[in-house]
Write a protein that binds this ligand. Structure first.
Ligand SMILES: [Zn+2]
Length: 346
């Protein structure tokens, strides 16, 4: 009798743990959760700019290989940071850029976690082989909602609203040719022009209803699509995409599409590839942290896998560059990868 009760309770516990583990994953790329007015989106759980700076300074103090630099200031005077691991300038170099759009914060949350991992045994030795540059939260004013226009219509609850634009209501990812905004200037003058960068991943979030092959995507990716980009740069961008696709799409929570993007060089994916010969990848993850449109934001139940998606992306790419495996990646998957489409509203 006792034994039966025990095995039943074990079976019950197993079922419980499977279902509690299984359902958010099924939800993540299946049929939700999208924001329907009944799911929580509280921006207070995200790092504020000040909390991020504290975090970076603590990691900088702990990690011998890390250097923390200020590359400029936002319109509202916030210092913009570069976390740098550069042991040997001769090694290949990758740049990870987050939050050009202030309302796309989970990429920054993942980048911060990645920086912590670089100081642990898990990532030991990788910085001997590859230089890593991380610019987190380029649009610090937008991320803090400290802007000169109204955010009254924005959906998220919490201590602040987050917006795409910088304080002057300019989209930083349309400013990579003229470079008028101080945030874009800081990036170009003190990062792009200063280092010999081989690869860049520009991390973003898109709306919550993009799908590929009938299934909502966890994100979509794209290489430079301007005709002015050197074909060799584009091919290396596709290899960078291959590393990301292999690392993410096989995961239970991962499902990637091909992003449908234009050829304008005002966008970093195109402009930076042309101006500096850097191989670039745009990664648009599912759902934004805040917006005025219901269908763009995503409830915070999805935060875990989206942060994990960022960490997995960053770790997989630095490993593939460190061991050289990126250079032999087959890029033919791009030809069969379907462009994402938008699932119509119910
Ligand atoms: Zn974006």
């Amino acid at each position: 009798m006792k034994k039966t009760v025990l095995s039943l309770s074990i079976a019950g516990a197993m079922m419980l743990s499977v279902s509690s583990f299984g359902s958010p994953i099924a939800n993540a790329v299946g049929n939700g959760p999208t924001y329907g007015g009944n799911e929580t989106i509280n921006t207070s759980i995200l790092h504020t700019y000040d909390e991020m700076v504290d975090y970076l300074k603590k990691e900088d103090a702990k990690q011998q290989d890390m250097e923390l630099e200020v590359i400029g200031q936002s319109i509202k005077g916030r210092d913009l940071y570069l976390a740098k691991y550069m042991k040997n300038p001769e090694n290949p170099t990758i740049l990870f850029l987050t939050q050009q759009h202030g309302n796309e914060q989970l990429t920054t949350e993942g980048a911060l976690e990645f920086i912590k991992h670089l100081g642990t045994n898990k990532m030991k030795g990788v910085t001997d082989e590859v230089n890593i540059l991380i610019v987190p939260m380029l649009n610090a004013d937008g991320a803090m909602g400290d802007v000169d226009f109204s955010l009254d219509d924005y959906i998220a609850k919490g201590d602040r609203n987050l917006t795409r634009y910088n304080a002057a209501e300019v989209d930083l990812n349309r400013d990579h040719v003229t470079k008028i905004q101080p945030e874009t200037k800081a990036l170009h003058n003190n990062v792009m022009k200063k280092y010999n960068i081989d690869y860049m991943i520009d991390l973003h979030h898109q709306g919550a209803r993009s799908e590929r092959d009938g299934k909502l995507v966890s994100g979509s990716i794209l290489y430079p699509t301007t005709p002015n980009a050197d074909p060799e740069v584009v091919e290396k961008s596709k290899q960078l995409g291959a590393v990301v696709f292999e690392a993410i799409d096989e995961k239970g929570w991962g499902h990637l599409g091909k992003y449908s993007g234009g050829s304008a060089e005002t966008i970093s994916r195109n402009g930076i590839a042309v101006e500096y010969g850097i191989s670039t990848l745009l990664f648009e993850m599912r759902g934004m942290s805040d917006h005025e449109y219901d269908s763009y934001v995503l409830g915070q139940k999805s935060n875990g896998y989206l942060i994990k998606q960022t960490i997995t992306t960053l770790e997989a790419t630095v490993h593939a560059i460190a061991d050289g495996s990126i250079e032999t990646k087959d890029t033919s998957f791009w030809d069969s990868l379907a462009y994402q489409t938008t699932r119509p509203s119910e």
